[in-house]
Design a protein around this ligand. Structure first.
Ligand code: FAD
Length: 433
């Protein structure tokens, strides 16, 4: 029997949308091209993931897991000065204020198994090669498995294919972010510095000496720390040597990072990725909808990717359930959540741009102590409310007018597009998956 919904991709977005659909009695088939566990970057969760994980009934599994508990984020500026930690609990004394640093191969596998347990028909090692259309309506997918093709029909197709963006490419929907044109190189260290107690699992954001980039410092279980440098594409990849050399040079120029990894042993090779900030001009069409990175990816700063994957998965699942019940699976029904979601992504994007333009959290909270809570709300991912918008004017008052970083953001998508740039992840063995 044909499923009601086909989901392309079994990452956090695909697992979320399919579990929530299955929980509500929808028949779902999910196709994932890889066999899990598979490597993925994106290890730091933020507190607002709690609400979706709770709805998924994933919290008991997370609480029993070995993932490092994360209570805060802390910033180190280019001169090595530490901000006070932003403790999520101080802002919101609720168990949602503790989140996790996850090894993604393990987290994604847990999420996909969880989908299976809820009745989703999950197929690994099966690539979706095409979405099938009749007139302008998606009616199913074409699969490739062991070299053979077959078609599966469904009322709704959900594209959760991550940065691959199957439907974005089919329809040329991808708009590259004109400002966030960054790249990243990272590796994993064993035995690197860890704080103690409730600071052990803090994410550190360490600014590079030229203030154009930053390091993430994410403590994981088994005494591993994920340490990556993010910087403008040109400064990281143009005229530089191999990734390993660039990474070491950047660490050498950032004493706060260098001290933390001194004495540690590298546990893997070097990974690199570039050209990853984009958004789709459409969230849905007739019979299809995009979730997670298949819709948009912003930037690694503030670790919003998995939250946005989970939230878009949740919002899309609700729109699909409603649409199936009323017999309306048009673009407007499947995409009802798009404007609200875009506004939330815009808020996170604005916070990201402020940082790249020199915004200092330390300076901000010294000057506007009464807004400390509101800025923490943004950092925990509380993005879908206008309440947090009170921070922007004070934030931008800290810049001289000629340096005002970004024009007022109006919940729209930047119109410039260098279409068809291909994003690439390079694994330590040189492969591009
Ligand atoms: C450098 C960097 C650092 C990051 N750090 C963080 C962080 O600290 N915290 C955070 O929250 N986020 C982070 N992110 C973002 C995060 O990794 C993503 O936002 C998140 O993985 C999105 O989930 P997803 O389910 O949409 O996509 P994915 O996790 O990419 O899942 C998509 C799945 O679809 C499958 N697929 C693709 N094409 C097909 C096909 N044709 N057929 C079948 N299956 C297919 C893929 O194999 C994959 O398993 C980071 C991203 C980058 C680039």
């Amino acid at each position: 029997m044909n499923p009601d919904v086909v989901v392309i991709g079994g990452g956090p977005a695909g697992a979320t949308v399919s579990t929530l659909l299955a929980q509500q009695g929808v028949r779902v088939q999910l196709f994932e091209r890889e066999r899990f566990p598979r490597f993925h970057i994106g290890e730091s969760l933020i507190p607002e993931t709690y609400w979706v994980l709770r709805r998924l009934d994933m919290l008991p599994k997370m609480q029993r897991s070995r993932f490092v508990k994360k209570y805060s984020v802390q910033f180190v500026n280019a001169s090595g000065k530490l901000s006070a930690p932003f403790y999520f609990w101080d802002n919101k004394p609720h168990e949602c204020s503790q989140t996790w640093q996850v090894v993604r191969s393990e987290f994604d596998q847990m999420m996909l198994e969880h989908a299976r347990e809820h009745g989703v028909d999950v197929h690994e090692g099966v690539r979706v090669v095409d979405v099938l259309f009749e007139d302008d309506r998606a009616v199913g997918v074409r699969l490739r498995e062991d070299g053979r093709d077959r078609d599966v029909r469904a009322t709704v197709v959900v594209d959760a294919s991550g940065q691959n963006g199957l439907l974005q490419h089919t329809f040329g929907l991808r708009v590259w972010d004109p400002v966030l044109n960054k790249g990243a190189i990272w590796t994993y260290w064993e035995g690197a510095y860890r704080d103690a107690g409730r600071d052990e699992g803090a994410t550190m954001v360490l600014q590079t000496a030229d203030r154009k980039g930053w390091f993430w410092y994410i403590p994981l279980h088994d005494n591993i720390v994920s340490v990556g440098v993010v910087a403008p594409y040109d400064s990281l990849f143009k005229g530089r040597g191999p990734y390993a050399q660039t990474y070491e040079e950047e660490v050498g120029r950032c004493p706060a990072t260098k001290q933390r990894v001194a004495g540690a042993k590298r546990a893997t090779g070097y990974f690199a990725t570039k050209d990853y900030s984009y958004r789709s001009t459409q969230v849905a069409g007739h019979g299809w909808v995009l979730v997670g990175d298949a819709f948009a990816f912003l930037d690694p700063l503030y670790s919003s990717g998995v939250l946005l994957a989970l939230r878009s998965g949740e919002m899309a699942a609700d729109a699909i359930v409603e649409g199936l019940a009323s017999g309306d699976t048009s673009a407007s029904q499947l995409g009802t959540w798009g404007p609200c979601f875009n506004a939330g992504v815009d808020r996170m994007r604005r916070l990201v741009c402020e940082y790249y333009d020199g915004f200092s959290f330390g300076q901000f909270v010294r000057q506007y102590p009464h807004l400390r809570g509101t800025v923490t709300d943004l950092l925990i991912g509380d993005l879908f409310t206008t309440r947090v918008d009170q921070v922007w004017a004070p934030m931008e008052s800290l810049y001289p007018p000629e340096k005002a970083p970004i024009p007022p953001w109006d919940a729209g998508i930047p119109a410039t597009a260098a279409a068809h740039k291909i994003n690439e992840l390079v694994l330590p063995d040189g492969r591009k998956p």
